[in-house]
Design a protein around this ligand. Sequence first.
Ligand code: ARG
Length: 582
Amino acid sequence: MSIISNLKKDIKEYIKNAGYEVENLAIETSNRKDLGEYQLNDAMQLAKKYKENPRQIAEKIASELKKDERFTNINIAGPGFINISLSNEYINEILNDMNKDLFSNIDKREKRKVIIDYGGANVAKALHVGHLRSANIGEALKRLARLFGYEVLGDAHLGDYGRPLGFVVLEISKEYPDLPYFDPNYKGDYHELSLPITNEELEKLYPLASSKAKEDESYLEEGRIITAKIQNHERGYYDLWKKIVEISKADIKNVYDILNTEFDLWLGESDAVEYFDELQEIFEKKNLLQKSEGAVIIDVSRNDDNSPMPPLLFVKSNKTISYETTDLATILQRKKEYNPDEIWYVVDGRQSLRFEQIFRAVRLSNLVREDVILEHVNFGTMNGKDGKPFKTRDGGVMTLKKLIDIVKEETLKRISNESIKEEEKEDISLSVAIAALKYADLLPYRATDYVFELEKFADLDGKTGSYLLYSTIRMKSLLNKAKDINYEKANNIMGQSEKNIVLTLLELNNILNNSLDSKSLNEIAEYLYVLTSQYNKFYSENRILTEENKEKQESWLVLTKVVYRVNMLLLDILGIKVPEKM
Ligand code: ARG
């Protein structure tokens, strides 16, 4: 159990010894540390419950707490607030404990099997800013849940199905009509063919096709026919589609690599299609499918709906499967192949209505066990200064590659360390750019929108990824310089600014738990900044390497080491890599 959980358990015991029972302790960290590091507010609630004077209750509890040497400065304020501080000995003990084993200070949870769906990149279309947040948030949630002992599978869930692909193939057939894929007499093996089209060209084809389709009804019809051919696995068309997926996937993977985003599963919407017949049968048996204007729909409305809930479109009137249905089929696939306890969809908040429809359809049909949790972990958009989703200067979609380049250019300008060689600068500025971008993205609560501010994000001195990297690297270099000093134990942490750092370290378990509960990384991001700033303040006030009091020096080095390790742990959860230098 974590130190803080133990401490809370013991305090509850003291309250019991005083003659009272509390369920959840009302303990708060105080910002007037001189008055008391913690404030215990339980006497007020207990007064109501036991019909006694809160001040008297507080006194009885305080006299129990005084028996414990870990507490000092116990005093009662106002109507019955109990202020308590931790003794210096105990502070040092906590630090040593964390130094010995950081992980034993994190409460584990019961193991659950979770699939996190957080890719959503679309084949033959460039990854754009909209995909940034799902990658960042999803990857971090995956790492966080694993820390707590969950079994997690991250799935890229590629958009590799449906009309867009049909249009890309149509456009290729117009531009390269002589390709063997379109030759009904071709007898060779399509696997051995290479496609003379680069990913950059592929990415241009869909926007082109889609604008043509808007103006030209017959082009639109051709696109539909080709989409159907692909979906019916027609030789040539189907093979070309597979080839496109392969080329595009490799490129998508590259971008995710740069973002330190690693998926365990690279499945796509199309992989679920083989489950469609079974899915349809399940819904049919429950009489949930209705015909409507040539389409098949599912009524997912409820009597107590406050606003109208449109039906889920199961099969479109042109007989193709809707985006919602690929999600339903994917749930069936996941159940059969992985049997998860939970599925988390880290997807833009603008898709919340359709997830509500999908989840309702799952419950109506009992597609999965009742106790399987399905959650739309929604997020807000990254906006431009105009408050609208971030675009390029000419109003186009901002691709992720372009965005990363812009930030990298900015971080490159700020590399001033003279020991860094010209040829190292590229890699380092990229690492810093990713840190800046990710940190800024994870800092606000996930469901809120935020504004992209280049200079602010890249700043070395603000609440930024660059600041955290810089500070963490400095801690590491201090520890390297102290390699020859033998420091094992802290016993001299006494000043308030050092004690405050330990008190902050003590909060680690809560922060991690809160983040997992809210499925948002904002508390971790904020905590990293608080801890790092507190450490930097302490660092600037002391000369650790030349300190003559050996006990002090040893204690400070232990402190530095624990803060460094906590930073590395949390940065890793956020998916941020720390370069050797910057
Ligand atoms: N490909 C989709 C898009 O770009 C996102 C997929 C999200 N995941 C899901 N299971 N629907 O909008």
